[in-house]
Design a protein around this ligand. Structure first.
Ligand code: UDX
Ligand code: UDX
Length: 456
């Protein structure tokens, strides 16, 4: 029986391993993590992350061929294949601070693997890493006179949060990079066979190690760039009475452009986009490629502009003062169907509103716990209220920051009636029926469409 161990029971490691366990009953999958609380949560009825469909898969496989453990060494020792899915945050210190990836956890894992392994193993990079990381890893793994052989593969994960289980079950593609050596190709085939259990073989792409590593950063940079591109156009739409939704539809029907990732918004969030682009910028710079670095950096600058522009729009429309005004934030997660708030635009928006002395009420169906942890410094100015109707009571404005479907179905007449007048609604996700809201009496602003006002 093939034994897989995954180091890192996070948003990527947990769901990915659950899917492998479901699809490959003959493979034993053990997920290990240094965080004992997290491991305990995976073994309980309250999983540590919210992801539609995940509970069912974990229920089906837990104890059958899926195991969670905080005994990292044992997990490593027993495994034939080790996925490393520990976090690789942006470095906050020293050279490359604010841009480069902090690889300390990855290297610690490599050292641990070398230390405790007594048999040959395939090491799979699941975490997003700078191109050529595998080279450094191989040096660490093979340092000294270790008789054990390690073959390093790169198998970046492309799942998106909120749709992780569907993405894992029916991915557009799986990418596996390995060395062009006999042992490299053999290891690569071993991993191909696992994925081919449920994924059509033509969707399992193979590449050299460096291409696989770089493809992950490139994919995220391209996706983020599309969001920044349409957001740049949204500002121009507001200045010209063009409608960004209509522009997106018009360009998205061009098969060369395609319709996805053209939804103008308050900006992209999430643990990956900003981190990966900054990492790409750092990589370009470290190879002396200043213009490519500047090009990609602009995607992040545009995103920051969009967040700041949203708050300015709120302030200017609300008569240039929001001090003491109650503002209800609908949605704190960085996107719908997740409780994840990492790099959520809501964090910066709340900070900026608080700097204007607004009284903020945050509501979100899944992200309240994370939201509380994100803004400890604003405890005096922030309330948390799970019920959106109660959050909006007495508010001067509602701001939609996450595209939760439930916000489409709310009784906005009831919300309007309970608010201070004039009642403002700022749709940072461009997702509601703005004409209907306007007819109820709201002052309605939407990204890329501008303000509909009764106050002229
Ligand atoms: C993943 C990828 O690994 C990251 O590179 C990518 O860019 C985003 O997605 P994610 O699963 O979201 O990260 O990270 P997180 O939820 O923080 O999980 C990482 C886990 O690794 C944590 O539970 C942490 O406790 C664990 N960890 C970290 C270890 O077990 N050992 C370590 O040495 C460091
Ligand atoms: C992303 C990549 O999609 C995934 O392939 C990779 O593995 C991890 O990073 P994720 O961050 O989970 O996934 O979510 P994604 O759906 O890409 O959305 C990222 C951000 O962009 C969200 O804040 C989302 O609201 C925003 N977005 C996305 C827009 O504002 N407009 C769009 O049209 C699409």
């Amino acid at each position: 029986m093939t034994k897989i161990c995954c180091i890192g029971a996070g948003y990527v490691g947990g769901p990915t391993m659950a899917m492998i366990a479901k699809k490959c009953p003959d493979v034993q999958v053990t997920v290990v993590d240094i965080n004992e609380k997290r491991i305990a949560a995976w073994q309980s009825d309250e999983l540590p992350i919210y992801e539609p469909g995940l509970d069912e898969v974990v229920k089906e496989t837990l104890g059958r061929n899926l195991f969670f453990s905080s005994d990292v060494d044992q997990g490593i020792r027993d495994a034939d294949i080790i996925f490393v899915s520990v976090n690789t945050p942006t470095k906050t210190f020293g050279e490359g601070a604010g841009y480069a990836s902090d690889l300390q956890y990855w290297e610690l894992c490599a050292r641990r693997i070398k230390e405790v392994s007594t048999s040959d193993k395939i090491i799979v990079e699941k975490s997003t890493l700078p191109v050529r990381t595998a080279e450094a890893m191989e040096r660490v793994l093979h340092a000294g006179d270790n008789p054990v052989h390690f073959e390093v593969l790169s198998n970046p994960e492309f799942l998106a949060e909120g749709t992780a289980m569907a993405d894992l079950e029916h991915p557009d593609r799986v990418l596996i990079g390995g060395h062009n050596t006999a042992t490299g190709q053999q290891a690569l085939q071993t991993l191909v066979e696992i994925y081919a259990t449920w994924i059509p073989r033509e969707r399992v792409l193979t590449a050299n190690l460096w291409s696989a590593e770089l493809s992950k950063l490139t994919a995220n940079a391209f996706l983020a760039q599309r969001v920044s591109s349409i957001n740049a156009i949204s500002a121009l739409c507001e200045a010209t009475e063009a409608d960004v939704g209509e522009v997106a539809r018009a360009i998205g029907t061009d098969s060369r452009i395609g319709p996805k990732f053209l939804h103008a918004s308050i900006g992209f969030g999430g643990s990956c986009f900003k981190k990966d682009i900054l990492n790409l910028v750092y990589l370009c710079e470290s190879y002396g490629l200043q213009e490519p670095a500047d090009y990609w950096r602009q995607v992040v600058i545009m995103n920051e502009y969009q967040e700041a522009r949203f708050v300015k729009t709120m302030l200017h429309n609300m008569f240039n003062t929001i001090a003491g005004k109650r503002i209800a934030i609908f949605g704190f997660a960085f996107k719908a169907d997740t409780g994840d708030t990492r790099e959520s635009p809501a964090i910066n928006v709340c900070r900026a509103l608080a700097a204007e002395h607004a009284q903020i009420v945050v509501s979100d169906p899944q992200a309240m716990e994370n939201a509380k942890l994100d803004l400890p410094e604003l405890a005096d100015q922030i309330e948390f209220e799970a019920d959106p109707y109660r959050a909006a009571e007495g508010a001067h404005a509602v701001a939609i920051l996450t595209d939760w479907t439930l916000y489409k179905g709310l009784d906005y007449q009831r919300i309007y009636d309970s608010m201070s007048q004039p009642a403002f609604l700022f749709d940072g996700r461009n997702m509601l029926d703005h004409q209907a809201l306007f007819e109820i009496g709201f002052e309605v602003y939407s990204i890329g469409k501008g303000l509909k006002t009764h106050l002229k």
